[in-house]
Design a binder for this molecule. Sequence first.
Ligand SMILES: Cc1cc2nc3c(=O)[nH]c(=O)nc-3n(C[C@H](O)[C@H](O)[C@H](O)COP(=O)(O)OP(=O)(O)OC[C@H]3O[C@@H](n4cnc5c(N)ncnc54)[C@H](O)[C@@H]3O)c2cc1C
Length: 277
Amino acid sequence: MPGLATGEHRAGLALSEPGAGSDVASIQTTAVKDGEEYVVNGNKLFITNGREGNVFFLLAKTDTAIDPKHRGISGFIAEKAPGFTAGKDLNKLGYRGVDTTELIFDDYRVGADNLVGGEEGKGFYQVMDALETGRVNIAARAVGVAQAAFDDALAYSLQRETFGELISERQAIQFMLAEMATKIQAARLLTYDAASKKDSGDRFDLEAGMAKLYASEICAEVTLDAMRVHGGVGYIKDLPLERYYRDAPLMIIGEGTNEMQKLIIARSLLKRAKARG
Ligand SMILES: Cc1cc2nc3c(=O)[nH]c(=O)nc-3n(C[C@H](O)[C@H](O)[C@H](O)COP(=O)(O)OP(=O)(O)OC[C@H]3O[C@@H](n4cnc5c(N)ncnc54)[C@H](O)[C@@H]3O)c2cc1C
């Protein structure tokens, strides 16, 4: 942990594979026990920090026969060593300040004491727990990107004149600004609500799902509207705006797609309703 805090270690989450993203339980990477070590084989895809990172939370199957299959998944702290290499850098639309790569495990040996929790079969639950917190993080990032885009749009509307008047005086622009600001504030409040529910120690799957779903969707809408307010200059790469627009979609996809969030939200609503009787 101190190494992570100082930046000496850079970490990543090695979960997704070519054939398993939303459907995590279908991962194919295996970890086979051999004395005091596990031998890992398989490929991961879309791993952020894959090239520059040196330590990863790795999900692998320690039991390929068990039903349901998510019970056969275990989590390991995997440090880069022979047999564990980064593959191709992926050419992303946005989030270009950090690398995202394939990871290749070819008879990579990891110590049995690197098994998280010291027990096999807990990895799926451990990662689902982490992703719940991650969804609050994504929601906060989406609010930040949307706010930055809005701030730029507001400032631009106060300096750009057309037909002898500032565009901020036009009702069409005012309506866009009003809707953008309202959506951002709603997303911010959902995010605070999810964060405070997490702090309370209660289950917060519903709140985290709602915050992530709404904040990421409005982030995509707001960044596009901010571009509309800027007219042609908004489409030019000289301004940060086009980066906000390119970064927004990842928050719809990452940490569980928004379609998966809707399933989680509905499941949680129904469970809570049934518990109330
Ligand atoms: C830039 C980037 C960085 C990433 N970083 C990481 C990382 O660091 N670590 C990591 O492990 N992963 C990472 N990912 C992977 C990311 O988590 C997955 O891409 C994401 O979970 C979706 O999985 P998938 O791509 O396999 O899509 P799929 O699961 O194949 O989904 C395809 C479509 O089907 C929909 N869908 C799937 N199942 C259902 C269902 N049951 N009901 C309704 N709709 C459904 C999805 O919502 C989506 O619209 C990253 C991805 C990107 C693009």
